[in-house]
Design a protein around this ligand. Structure first.
Ligand code: ADP
Ligand code: MG
Length: 313
Protein backbone atom coordinates (compact mmCIF):
# COMPACT_ATOMS: atom_id res chain seq x y z
CA UNK A 1 0.00 0.00 0.00
CA UNK A 2 1.30 3.43 -0.87
CA UNK A 3 2.67 5.47 1.98
CA UNK A 4 0.54 8.46 0.98
CA UNK A 5 -2.65 6.43 1.37
CA UNK A 6 -1.62 5.31 4.82
CA UNK A 7 -0.70 8.84 5.85
CA UNK A 8 -3.96 10.20 4.44
CA UNK A 9 -5.85 7.55 6.36
CA UNK A 10 -4.67 9.04 9.59
CA UNK A 11 -6.17 12.37 8.67
CA UNK A 12 -9.51 11.13 7.42
CA UNK A 13 -10.00 8.36 9.93
CA UNK A 14 -8.50 9.44 13.19
CA UNK A 15 -10.72 6.97 14.98
CA UNK A 16 -13.69 4.69 14.36
CA UNK A 17 -16.18 7.50 14.98
CA UNK A 18 -14.64 9.67 12.25
CA UNK A 19 -14.78 6.71 9.88
CA UNK A 20 -18.43 6.08 10.71
CA UNK A 21 -19.24 9.72 10.05
CA UNK A 22 -17.74 9.38 6.56
CA UNK A 23 -19.79 6.23 5.94
CA UNK A 24 -23.03 7.83 7.13
CA UNK A 25 -22.46 10.86 4.94
CA UNK A 26 -21.78 8.63 1.94
CA UNK A 27 -25.06 6.83 2.61
CA UNK A 28 -26.89 10.14 2.86
CA UNK A 29 -25.29 11.31 -0.38
CA UNK A 30 -26.58 8.08 -1.92
CA UNK A 31 -30.12 9.11 -0.84
CA UNK A 32 -30.53 6.33 1.70
CA UNK A 33 -33.65 6.47 3.87
CA UNK A 34 -32.41 3.73 6.19
CA UNK A 35 -28.94 3.45 7.70
CA UNK A 36 -28.04 0.59 10.04
CA UNK A 37 -24.72 0.48 11.82
CA UNK A 38 -23.24 -2.47 13.73
CA UNK A 39 -20.17 -2.00 15.90
CA UNK A 40 -17.94 -4.41 17.77
CA UNK A 41 -14.39 -4.64 19.07
CA UNK A 42 -14.06 -1.00 20.23
CA UNK A 43 -15.13 0.20 16.81
CA UNK A 44 -12.45 -1.74 14.96
CA UNK A 45 -15.33 -3.77 13.50
CA UNK A 46 -18.02 -1.77 11.70
CA UNK A 47 -20.78 -2.84 9.38
CA UNK A 48 -23.04 -0.24 7.80
CA UNK A 49 -26.03 -1.11 5.65
CA UNK A 50 -27.95 1.42 3.59
CA UNK A 51 -30.77 1.37 1.05
CA UNK A 52 -29.31 4.11 -1.13
CA UNK A 53 -28.78 4.15 -4.89
CA UNK A 54 -25.90 1.67 -4.70
CA UNK A 55 -22.92 1.18 -6.97
CA UNK A 56 -22.24 -0.77 -10.14
CA UNK A 57 -19.35 -3.22 -10.33
CA UNK A 58 -17.31 -0.55 -12.04
CA UNK A 59 -18.15 1.98 -9.28
CA UNK A 60 -17.00 -0.55 -6.68
CA UNK A 61 -13.55 -0.82 -8.18
CA UNK A 62 -13.36 2.94 -8.58
CA UNK A 63 -14.59 4.00 -5.16
CA UNK A 64 -11.52 2.68 -3.37
CA UNK A 65 -9.16 4.61 -5.60
CA UNK A 66 -7.77 7.80 -4.20
CA UNK A 67 -9.58 10.93 -5.35
CA UNK A 68 -12.27 8.81 -6.90
CA UNK A 69 -15.44 10.70 -6.30
CA UNK A 70 -18.66 10.50 -8.22
CA UNK A 71 -19.64 13.85 -6.78
CA UNK A 72 -17.66 16.29 -8.86
CA UNK A 73 -17.82 16.15 -12.62
CA UNK A 74 -16.52 19.59 -13.41
CA UNK A 75 -14.72 22.47 -11.78
CA UNK A 76 -17.93 24.40 -11.05
CA UNK A 77 -19.22 21.53 -8.94
CA UNK A 78 -16.54 22.24 -6.35
CA UNK A 79 -18.30 25.49 -5.56
CA UNK A 80 -21.84 24.14 -5.70
CA UNK A 81 -21.74 21.23 -3.36
CA UNK A 82 -24.98 19.82 -2.13
CA UNK A 83 -23.37 16.56 -1.12
CA UNK A 84 -21.25 15.89 1.96
CA UNK A 85 -18.18 14.26 0.55
CA UNK A 86 -16.20 15.66 -2.28
CA UNK A 87 -12.63 14.75 -1.59
CA UNK A 88 -12.91 11.13 -2.68
CA UNK A 89 -10.55 10.15 0.09
CA UNK A 90 -12.49 8.34 2.73
CA UNK A 91 -12.93 4.91 1.20
CA UNK A 92 -9.41 4.77 -0.24
CA UNK A 93 -7.97 5.75 3.12
CA UNK A 94 -10.05 3.25 5.06
CA UNK A 95 -9.26 0.52 2.53
CA UNK A 96 -5.54 1.12 3.16
CA UNK A 97 -5.74 0.49 6.90
CA UNK A 98 -8.32 -2.25 7.31
CA UNK A 99 -9.81 -5.42 5.92
CA UNK A 100 -12.69 -3.99 3.96
CA UNK A 101 -15.60 -5.61 2.17
CA UNK A 102 -18.11 -3.60 0.15
CA UNK A 103 -21.17 -5.03 -1.51
CA UNK A 104 -23.62 -3.01 -3.47
CA UNK A 105 -26.48 -3.18 -5.94
CA UNK A 106 -28.12 -0.50 -8.04
CA UNK A 107 -31.86 -0.48 -8.71
CA UNK A 108 -31.80 -1.51 -12.33
CA UNK A 109 -29.55 -4.56 -11.99
CA UNK A 110 -30.56 -8.04 -10.88
CA UNK A 111 -27.43 -8.94 -8.97
CA UNK A 112 -25.04 -6.99 -6.83
CA UNK A 113 -21.29 -7.11 -6.56
CA UNK A 114 -18.87 -7.49 -3.72
CA UNK A 115 -15.25 -6.54 -3.40
CA UNK A 116 -12.75 -7.33 -0.63
CA UNK A 117 -9.68 -5.23 -0.01
CA UNK A 118 -7.06 -5.97 2.63
CA UNK A 119 -4.58 -3.22 3.39
CA UNK A 120 -5.41 -1.50 0.10
CA UNK A 121 -4.96 -4.65 -2.03
CA UNK A 122 -7.91 -6.19 -3.82
CA UNK A 123 -8.33 -9.78 -2.64
CA UNK A 124 -11.51 -10.86 -4.23
CA UNK A 125 -14.57 -9.76 -6.12
CA UNK A 126 -17.74 -11.62 -7.01
CA UNK A 127 -21.43 -11.29 -7.76
CA UNK A 128 -23.78 -11.45 -4.80
CA UNK A 129 -27.50 -11.35 -4.38
CA UNK A 130 -28.64 -8.41 -2.33
CA UNK A 131 -31.20 -5.63 -2.11
CA UNK A 132 -30.59 -2.22 -3.61
CA UNK A 133 -28.08 -0.27 -1.57
CA UNK A 134 -24.65 -0.66 -0.11
CA UNK A 135 -23.16 -2.68 2.72
CA UNK A 136 -19.70 -1.91 4.00
CA UNK A 137 -17.85 -4.09 6.47
CA UNK A 138 -14.62 -3.03 8.11
CA UNK A 139 -12.66 -5.60 10.07
CA UNK A 140 -9.53 -5.02 12.09
CA UNK A 141 -9.28 -1.29 11.55
CA UNK A 142 -5.61 -0.21 11.82
CA UNK A 143 -4.38 -3.82 11.78
CA UNK A 144 -1.40 -2.79 9.64
CA UNK A 145 -0.71 0.53 11.38
CA UNK A 146 0.27 -0.42 14.95
CA UNK A 147 1.03 3.17 15.93
CA UNK A 148 -2.45 4.34 15.00
CA UNK A 149 -3.93 1.36 16.78
CA UNK A 150 -2.07 2.37 19.91
CA UNK A 151 -3.72 5.80 19.77
CA UNK A 152 -7.21 4.36 20.08
CA UNK A 153 -8.76 5.20 23.43
CA UNK A 154 -10.60 2.84 25.71
CA UNK A 155 -13.56 0.92 24.38
CA UNK A 156 -15.99 3.10 26.33
CA UNK A 157 -14.44 6.31 24.97
CA UNK A 158 -14.53 5.09 21.37
CA UNK A 159 -18.12 3.88 21.79
CA UNK A 160 -19.04 7.23 23.30
CA UNK A 161 -17.69 9.09 20.26
CA UNK A 162 -19.52 6.75 17.90
CA UNK A 163 -22.83 7.25 19.74
CA UNK A 164 -22.31 10.98 19.58
CA UNK A 165 -21.78 10.91 15.80
CA UNK A 166 -24.83 8.69 15.24
CA UNK A 167 -26.96 10.84 17.55
CA UNK A 168 -26.15 14.07 15.71
CA UNK A 169 -26.57 12.56 12.26
CA UNK A 170 -29.91 11.03 13.30
CA UNK A 171 -31.13 14.29 14.80
CA UNK A 172 -30.26 16.45 11.80
CA UNK A 173 -31.37 13.88 9.22
CA UNK A 174 -34.73 13.38 10.87
CA UNK A 175 -36.35 11.95 7.75
CA UNK A 176 -33.88 9.08 7.63
CA UNK A 177 -34.16 6.02 9.86
CA UNK A 178 -31.02 5.25 11.87
CA UNK A 179 -30.04 2.23 13.92
CA UNK A 180 -26.87 1.82 15.92
CA UNK A 181 -26.00 -1.55 17.43
CA UNK A 182 -23.02 -1.84 19.74
CA UNK A 183 -21.85 -5.29 20.81
CA UNK A 184 -25.17 -6.73 19.59
CA UNK A 185 -27.25 -4.29 21.58
CA UNK A 186 -29.34 -1.65 19.86
CA UNK A 187 -28.39 1.64 21.46
CA UNK A 188 -30.02 4.12 19.07
CA UNK A 189 -33.07 3.94 16.85
CA UNK A 190 -35.03 6.51 14.88
CA UNK A 191 -37.83 5.85 12.44
CA UNK A 192 -37.15 8.88 10.24
CA UNK A 193 -40.61 10.33 10.76
CA UNK A 194 -39.85 14.01 11.09
CA UNK A 195 -38.14 16.25 13.58
CA UNK A 196 -40.51 16.01 16.54
CA UNK A 197 -40.75 12.27 16.44
CA UNK A 198 -36.98 12.06 16.13
CA UNK A 199 -36.52 14.32 19.17
CA UNK A 200 -38.88 12.01 21.04
CA UNK A 201 -36.92 8.93 20.01
CA UNK A 202 -33.52 10.42 20.76
CA UNK A 203 -34.12 12.67 23.76
CA UNK A 204 -37.29 11.29 25.30
CA UNK A 205 -40.79 12.44 26.11
CA UNK A 206 -39.71 14.65 28.96
CA UNK A 207 -37.55 16.85 26.78
CA UNK A 208 -39.94 16.91 23.83
CA UNK A 209 -42.88 18.10 25.92
CA UNK A 210 -40.81 20.96 27.31
CA UNK A 211 -39.68 22.16 23.93
CA UNK A 212 -41.24 25.00 22.05
CA UNK A 213 -40.86 25.64 18.37
CA UNK A 214 -39.11 28.89 17.53
CA UNK A 215 -37.70 30.63 14.49
CA UNK A 216 -34.56 28.49 14.39
CA UNK A 217 -35.72 25.17 15.79
CA UNK A 218 -36.69 24.20 19.33
CA UNK A 219 -36.11 25.70 22.74
CA UNK A 220 -36.83 24.54 26.26
CA UNK A 221 -36.06 25.24 29.86
CA UNK A 222 -35.17 22.02 31.62
CA UNK A 223 -34.10 20.70 34.95
CA UNK A 224 -30.41 20.10 34.81
CA UNK A 225 -29.90 16.68 33.39
CA UNK A 226 -27.88 13.95 35.03
CA UNK A 227 -24.64 14.69 33.32
CA UNK A 228 -23.67 18.29 32.86
CA UNK A 229 -23.33 17.71 29.12
CA UNK A 230 -24.54 20.53 26.90
CA UNK A 231 -28.02 20.28 25.46
CA UNK A 232 -27.52 22.92 22.83
CA UNK A 233 -27.26 21.27 19.45
CA UNK A 234 -26.42 23.42 16.45
CA UNK A 235 -26.91 22.46 12.83
CA UNK A 236 -25.89 24.73 9.99
CA UNK A 237 -27.49 23.97 6.66
CA UNK A 238 -28.62 20.66 8.25
CA UNK A 239 -25.12 19.62 9.29
CA UNK A 240 -23.99 19.41 12.86
CA UNK A 241 -21.16 21.69 13.85
CA UNK A 242 -20.21 23.07 17.19
CA UNK A 243 -20.37 26.83 17.56
CA UNK A 244 -19.43 28.47 20.83
CA UNK A 245 -20.74 31.71 19.37
CA UNK A 246 -24.23 30.34 18.83
CA UNK A 247 -24.24 28.57 22.20
CA UNK A 248 -23.38 31.86 23.83
CA UNK A 249 -26.12 33.65 21.86
CA UNK A 250 -28.67 31.11 23.12
CA UNK A 251 -27.50 31.47 26.73
CA UNK A 252 -27.57 35.26 26.51
CA UNK A 253 -30.98 35.21 24.87
CA UNK A 254 -32.17 33.18 27.82
CA UNK A 255 -30.31 35.12 30.44
CA UNK A 256 -33.00 37.22 32.04
CA UNK A 257 -35.63 34.52 31.79
CA UNK A 258 -33.59 31.55 32.89
CA UNK A 259 -35.24 30.06 35.92
CA UNK A 260 -32.82 29.16 38.66
CA UNK A 261 -31.68 25.56 38.51
CA UNK A 262 -32.94 25.20 34.98
CA UNK A 263 -30.87 24.84 31.88
CA UNK A 264 -31.68 25.65 28.28
CA UNK A 265 -32.18 22.89 25.79
CA UNK A 266 -31.91 24.08 22.24
CA UNK A 267 -31.92 22.41 18.88
CA UNK A 268 -30.93 25.03 16.37
CA UNK A 269 -31.26 24.67 12.63
CA UNK A 270 -29.67 27.69 11.05
CA UNK A 271 -29.64 28.23 7.32
CA UNK A 272 -26.90 30.43 6.00
CA UNK A 273 -25.44 31.05 2.58
CA UNK A 274 -22.60 28.50 2.17
CA UNK A 275 -20.12 31.23 1.29
CA UNK A 276 -20.70 32.94 4.64
CA UNK A 277 -19.80 29.91 6.71
CA UNK A 278 -16.64 27.89 6.90
CA UNK A 279 -17.42 24.37 7.97
CA UNK A 280 -16.07 20.92 7.42
CA UNK A 281 -13.14 22.03 5.32
CA UNK A 282 -10.91 19.57 7.09
CA UNK A 283 -12.44 16.23 8.05
CA UNK A 284 -11.54 16.51 11.70
CA UNK A 285 -12.69 20.12 12.04
CA UNK A 286 -16.07 20.43 13.62
CA UNK A 287 -16.08 24.06 14.62
CA UNK A 288 -17.68 26.62 12.33
CA UNK A 289 -16.63 30.12 11.50
CA UNK A 290 -18.91 32.83 10.14
CA UNK A 291 -18.11 35.69 7.83
CA UNK A 292 -20.21 37.99 9.97
CA UNK A 293 -20.12 36.79 13.55
CA UNK A 294 -21.96 39.77 15.04
CA UNK A 295 -24.88 39.36 12.68
CA UNK A 296 -25.31 35.64 13.43
CA UNK A 297 -24.97 36.25 17.17
CA UNK A 298 -27.58 38.99 17.21
CA UNK A 299 -29.93 37.08 14.96
CA UNK A 300 -29.99 34.05 17.23
CA UNK A 301 -30.01 35.95 20.49
CA UNK A 302 -32.96 38.08 19.33
CA UNK A 303 -34.91 35.04 18.14
CA UNK A 304 -34.38 33.34 21.51
CA UNK A 305 -35.41 36.47 23.43
CA UNK A 306 -38.56 36.77 21.34
CA UNK A 307 -39.44 33.12 21.81
CA UNK A 308 -38.87 33.24 25.57
CA UNK A 309 -40.85 36.45 25.79
CA UNK A 310 -43.92 34.93 24.22
CA UNK A 311 -43.49 31.93 26.49
CA UNK A 312 -44.45 33.97 29.51
CA UNK A 313 -47.99 35.04 28.73
P1 ADP B 1 -16.51 11.14 -1.54
O1 ADP B 1 -17.67 10.89 -0.63
O2 ADP B 1 -15.71 12.32 -1.13
O3 ADP B 1 -16.90 11.12 -2.99
P2 ADP B 1 -15.58 8.60 -0.58
O4 ADP B 1 -14.22 7.98 -0.54
O5 ADP B 1 -16.27 8.82 0.71
O6 ADP B 1 -15.46 9.96 -1.36
O7 ADP B 1 -16.48 7.74 -1.53
C1 ADP B 1 -16.04 7.50 -2.87
C2 ADP B 1 -17.19 7.21 -3.80
O8 ADP B 1 -17.78 5.95 -3.47
C3 ADP B 1 -18.36 8.19 -3.69
O9 ADP B 1 -18.15 9.33 -4.51
C4 ADP B 1 -19.53 7.36 -4.16
O10 ADP B 1 -19.62 7.36 -5.55
C5 ADP B 1 -19.17 5.96 -3.73
N1 ADP B 1 -19.87 5.57 -2.47
C6 ADP B 1 -19.33 5.52 -1.23
N2 ADP B 1 -20.23 5.09 -0.32
C7 ADP B 1 -21.38 4.88 -0.99
C8 ADP B 1 -22.70 4.43 -0.61
N3 ADP B 1 -22.99 4.14 0.66
N4 ADP B 1 -23.63 4.32 -1.59
C9 ADP B 1 -23.33 4.61 -2.89
N5 ADP B 1 -22.12 5.04 -3.30
C10 ADP B 1 -21.15 5.17 -2.38
MG1 MG C 1 -17.51 10.47 1.34
Amino acid sequence: ESVSNIIAAGEVVENPAAMIKEFIENSLDAKATSIKIYIKNSGRYVKIVDNGIGMTKNDLFLCIERHATSKISNKDDIFNLSTYGFRGEALASIAAVSKLKISSKIGTEKVGNEISIYGGKIRNSKEVSKNMGTEIEVKDLFYNTPVRLKFLKSKQTEYGKIKDVAFKEALSNYNVSFELHIDEKRVLFTTGNGIENTILELLGKNILKNLKKFKYGYLGNMDILKNSKSYIFTFFNKRYAKSLLVEKAVLEGYYTKLIKGKFPVAIIFYEISPNKIDVNIHPSKKIVKFENEKEVFKDIKTAVEEAIGTNEE
